[in-house]
Design a protein. Structure first.
Length: 292
């Protein structure tokens, strides 16, 4: 199939893009950056935008910088930039580890970090990272700017708090403490396929005990989310295999996975348990990379 007819817009400044979006949003206007999700959906006519606002020609939207205590990722930053650590410490390593699981190499060369969040696919690795690490999404329109915390940003399957006339201009991820450990694990049938389950964990290791524990699970419910029961099992305890297994079981019991003929809910629960345990083990054993 082919997409329905649409009008193409190529603004050269952010103000021009916002003004264009304000005008075409009521006419099914959509923003395009990487297009790795939008274009296939258009080809199958699952979405039928009347207007496309291409932001690739806007200088400055590909910014990637550390500002105060946050990593700031602009709207046109591609997945592929994270093939190597972009920031020192555990966050740089975690971004590189996770990027290797994002779709396939050609898609990573074109698709964008912010576009993945705006798409809000339940199986998106970056959505899990944003939710678990407490990222903030910055959206702008002609009406002004909003900062949306991850827990309020994701509202369901392919659903976010972005309004039709708003543009996701950047994402801000808090930099972890020097004592932090981060681990990620994902299960998919083949590398690059959509995940069936994944887990991301972060904790500070202070005097041999885990503090400020975060345990996130994705690809099993409508949105990625943190699992408080697993966090409480770990908080203040020593990082032992028995405690990791107990937290993994708590996570598996806490989720309410979708039940599909080829992927039953009971199977997804077992995957959650395995992913959480392995993510914790990797967080404990990980070594930090050096920036190139």
């Amino acid at each position: 199939m082919k997409p329905v007819a649409f009008e193409y817009h190529s603004p050269h400044s952010l103000d021009e893009a916002l003004a264009t979006l304000a005008r075409v949003a009521p006419l099914e206007g959509r923003v395009i950056a990487g297009g790795q999700s939008l274009v296939p959906a258009m080809a199958f006519r699952l979405v039928r935008p009347g207007h496309l606002v291409d932001i690739n020609g806007i200088a400055g939207l590909d910014h990637l910088r550390v500002e105060a205590d946050e990593l700031v990722i602009g709207a046109c930053v591609r997945h592929a930039i994270f093939h190597r650590p972009v920031v020192a410490g555990v966050l740089g390593r975690a971004l590189t580890d996770i990027a290797a699981h994002v779709a396939h190499y050609p898609i990573r060369m074109r698709g964008t970090f912010c576009g993945s969040l705006a798409q809000a696919d339940p199986a998106s690795e970056w959505c899990l990272l944003a939710m678990t690490l407490g990222a903030r999404m910055i959206v702008r329109s002609v009406r002004g700017e909003r900062s949306i915390p991850a827990h309020a940003f994701f509202q369901g399957v392919m659903s976010t708090d972005i309004q039709p006339d708003e543009l996701l201009t950047e994402v801000r991820i808090p930099l972890p403490h020097a004592q932090a450990r981060i681990g990620f694990d994902e299960f998919s049938r083949r590398r690059g396929d959509f995940a069936l389950a994944m887990a991301l964990v972060q904790f500070d290791l202070l005097d041999g005990r885990m503090k400020a524990v975060r345990v996130g699970v994705g690809a099993v419910e409508a949105t990625a989310r943190r699992i408080e029961a697993a966090e409480q099992t770990l908080e203040g305890g020593m990082p032992t295999m028995d405690r990791f297994q107990a937290a993994a079981r708590a996570a598996a019991q806490a989720v309410d996975p979708s039940d599909q003929p080829q992927v039953p809910a009971v199977y997804r629960r077992e995957l959650v348990e395995s992913c959480v345990r392995r993510a914790l083990e990797r967080a404990l054993s990980a070594t930090l990379p050096k920036l190139p």
